[in-house]
Design a protein around this ligand. Structure first.
Ligand code: HEC
Length: 162
């Protein structure tokens, strides 16, 4: 009986020890993950804007080529970037001005759905004005956006293929 008790208490001790090992292992993992999060790369507002600039230009060329699927894709990319700004740059006061762009994005989307080049050109112009209005509001009036005048992506074909 005594030896059984001894064995049982030994087992208990071992399992407690193991639990302790597991717990401290988990703690170490959590600590290192936290370290990684602190040091992980977070794109800034300017970087998101560079992406938006590219999609803005590609949106124009897609519209000019009446490649409406590509145009819709590019406008989705702009919407995604705006959502990312809200998520990753929440501390920036400029974030509250993003909503001024939304009605114009909606109108560009409507012109894409209608496959209307005339409407697309008008709405693209209004969208571009709003980029600049936000730059003025956020004291970045020196960043002036315009309708692209020269195709800048020699490695991409904007025309419809199928
Ligand atoms: C919320 C207001 C806002 C809207 C809307 C906005 N921008 Fe910006 N944009 C900014 C701010 C603020 C900066 C400066 C970011 C920084 O601190 O680096 C900027 C910077 C830029 C830059 C400079 C990036 C660089 O490094 O050269 C470009 C290009 C740009 N925006 C393009 C656009 C385009 C295109 C649109 C419209 C589709 C647009 N922006 C809409 C606020 C806005």
């Amino acid at each position: 009986m005594k030896s059984l008790l001894l064995v049982l208490s030994l087992l208990l001790l071992i399992s407690c020890g193991q639990q302790h090992d597991v717990a401290s292992g988990l703690q170490a993992k959590a600590d290192s993950l936290q370290q990684k999060t602190v040091h992980s790369y977070k794109p800034g507002l300017g970087e998101f804007m560079l992406g938006i600039q590219v999609h803005h230009a590609k949106l124009w060329y897609a519209g000019q080529a009446q490649n409406w699927k590509l145009a819709q894709f590019e406008i989705e990319e702009i919407k995604e970037a705006l959502n990312d700004i809200r998520e990753f740059n929440a501390e920036r006061p400029e974030v509250k001005s993003i909503s001024m762009l939304e009605p114009f994005i909606g109108s560009v989307e409507a012109s894409i759905k209608e496959e209307s080049t005339t409407k697309f050109i008008t709405q693209f112009g209004l969208l571009t004005n709003t980029c600049n209005n936000c730059h003025i509001t956020t004291h970045h009036e020196f960043n002036v956006i315009k309708i692209p005048t020269m195709p800048s992506f020699p490695n991409q074909d904007f025309s419809v293929h199928r």
